[in-house]
Design a protein around this ligand. Structure first.
Ligand SMILES: [Mg+2]
Ligand SMILES: [Zn+2]
Length: 185
């Protein structure tokens, strides 16, 4: 008899303001600054069995500020940096479009999360989307994941100015990891 394969749980991560500093359209590796505790937090989540995905809106491409290749270069740098602690992202999903393009992949559209779920056989209801903007929380909610708003990046502004209903609010990615691992106990 075929054994039912257990679906995997995922952490969907916004990039700017969540795992690295959002210094306004980062298109250059030299401007990448990781947020404190990001490596450690993702190592703990990975050790607990979560697969890690980055879901990022990079409208700087659509606006002509930097190229799609520059985005890939930043992601190679992130891979190398996180690999020093044994942390591996399964994949980066990038929306390169201008907000006015009306594309289907820009958060809060859930497309990239749904694509990942289909490709990697993920249990969305047992997965989390973590980000600092309403569009992150919207993407997670639209895909059926749990959601965490972090107060790094634009997080405090988001809480003050946007109508947003995250499942949890965490000081930063480290506190988000703490909370997720508590839910698992
Ligand atoms: Mg962000
Ligand atoms: Zn798009």
């Amino acid at each position: 008899m075929a054994k039912e394969k257990l679906k995997q749980r995922a952490i969907f991560l916004d990039r700017d303001g969540t795992i690295m500093v959002d210094s306004n359209y980062v298109g250059d590796v030299d401007r990448v600054i990781l947020l404190d505790g990001a490596i450690e937090a993702l190592r703990r989540l990975q050790d607990a069995g979560y697969r890690l995905f980055v879901i990022t809106n990079q409208s700087g491409v659509g606006r002509g500020y930097f190229s799609r290749q520059a985005v890939d270069q930043i992601h190679r740098f992130l891979d190398e940096t996180f690999a020093t602690a044994g942390v591996a992202f399964e994949r980066y999903y990038v929306c390169p479009h201008h907000p006015d393009d009306g594309c289907a992949c820009r958060k809060p559209h859930p497309k990239h999360l749904l694509d990942a779920a289909a490709e990697y056989d993920l249990d969305l209801a047992a997965s989390y989307m973590i980000g600092d903007r309403a569009s992150d929380i919207g993407a997670g909610a639209n895909a059926g994941t749990r959601t965490i708003l972090v107060l790094t990046g634009a997080g405090r502004e988001t809480m003050a100015n946007e109508e947003v209903a995250p499942g949890h609010v965490a000081e930063d990615i480290g506190a988000a990891a703490d909370w997720i691992l508590e839910q698992d106990r």
